[in-house]
Design a protein around this ligand. Structure first.
Ligand code: OGA
Ligand code: MN
Length: 292
């Protein structure tokens, strides 16, 4: 069966496309992976429907696209983890599969995903692709939204582009969570999530397009007073997340979404916190795979 790639039918979402003719559970060839990667360069988010997969199959598919990240951005202590370190636990469940209490620390930390962000921008080697599998999805709410940082960059006025071009931002999970009032970090967490520096404007190696590297993990701009930096970034984020740059994904069980963190930001939306939502994420880093 050939692969077909069809842009989604949403006026603002020319950068999202649905892929048919791929069966992830059955295994994906290198030539199929090359077609997918080319589509990723062109679009930014791809939707694979009806992919009934387990963590191993998800990992094997993800690995075709580069070196894998470990889930070191999760907050759960290893003894409390529900999933292996290869999988980011994007759920509201505890180890026994029960929905977390409203005031559970893992749940409150997870609410940070509702802020616009780029995955692992707080790591010195940030994420290339994220792959998110919908294992249990709520009937209502809990959409995931994507904003196109290439289109946002291209729509900025040239003076503002000049101002942005050489800026370097400081990223940490401590900043994104503190902006929600979540700040009871342990010494170990503070140490693990020391800020890293990232260029605000980057060029995509696959498409050659420039984009804004924004993320709620940013807490400052090198050489700028903090309030001025944060205000500037708020303005930029407001610009970059206008409806004309946003694709809204409404989940079906067994959707697999794949997006390029080098080109997009994303966020989760609200849902009833007493019902289960269980998504599993694998993450490909921008680091080069060992050759050979
Ligand atoms: C993620 C994420 C959003 C969502 O998996 O990285 O931010 O809708 N998820 O759960
Ligand atoms: Mn995310």
């Amino acid at each position: 069966m050939g692969i077909t790639i069809t842009p989604v039918d949403q006026a603002s979402a020319g950068f999202a496309a649905q892929v048919a003719g791929i069966d992830i559970a059955a295994g994906v060839s290198l030539s199929q992976a090359a077609v997918i990667e080319e589509a990723m360069d062109r679009y930014g988010v791809l939707i694979f429907r009806d992919q009934v997969i387990d963590d191993q199959q998800q990992f094997a598919f993800s690995q075709l696209f580069g070196p894998m990240e470990q889930a070191t951005g999760d907050i759960a202590q290893s003894s409390e983890r529900r999933l292996s370190m290869n999988i980011n636990d994007i759920s509201n469940l505890d180890k026994s599969g029960k929905v977390l209490a409203r005031d559970d620390r893992k749940r409150l930390f997870g609410l940070g995903n509702m802020l616009w962000h780029s995955d692992s921008s707080f790591k010195s080697i940030p994420a290339k692709y994220s792959l998110l599998s919908g294992r249990v999805v709520p009937e209502r709410g809990g959409n995931t939204e994507f904003a196109d940082m290439r289109a946002a960059w291209e729509a900025l006025d040239p003076e503002l582009q000049d101002e942005c071009r050489d800026l370097v931002c400081e990223h940490s999970q401590l900043y994104s969570r503190a902006s929600l009032g979540f700040d009871n970090f342990t010494d170990e967490e503070v140490k693990k999530w020391q800020p890293v520096w990232q260029q605000l404007v980057r060029t995509h190696p696959g498409s050659g397009r420039q984009s804004l590297f924004l993320s709620s993990h940013i807490g400052g701009i090198r050489g700028w007073p903090v309030p001025e930096a944060r205000m500037f970034l708020r303005d930029l984020t407001e610009h970059a997340t206008q409806p004309q740059f946003v694709y809204i994904h409404r989940w079906r069980q067994w959707d697999l979404l794949m997006w390029d963190n080098r080109a997009l930001m994303h966020r989760a939306r609200r849902y009833d916190h007493t019902v289960a939502r269980d998504l599993h994420r694998t993450t490909v880093s921008v680091g080069e795979a060992a050759s050979g």
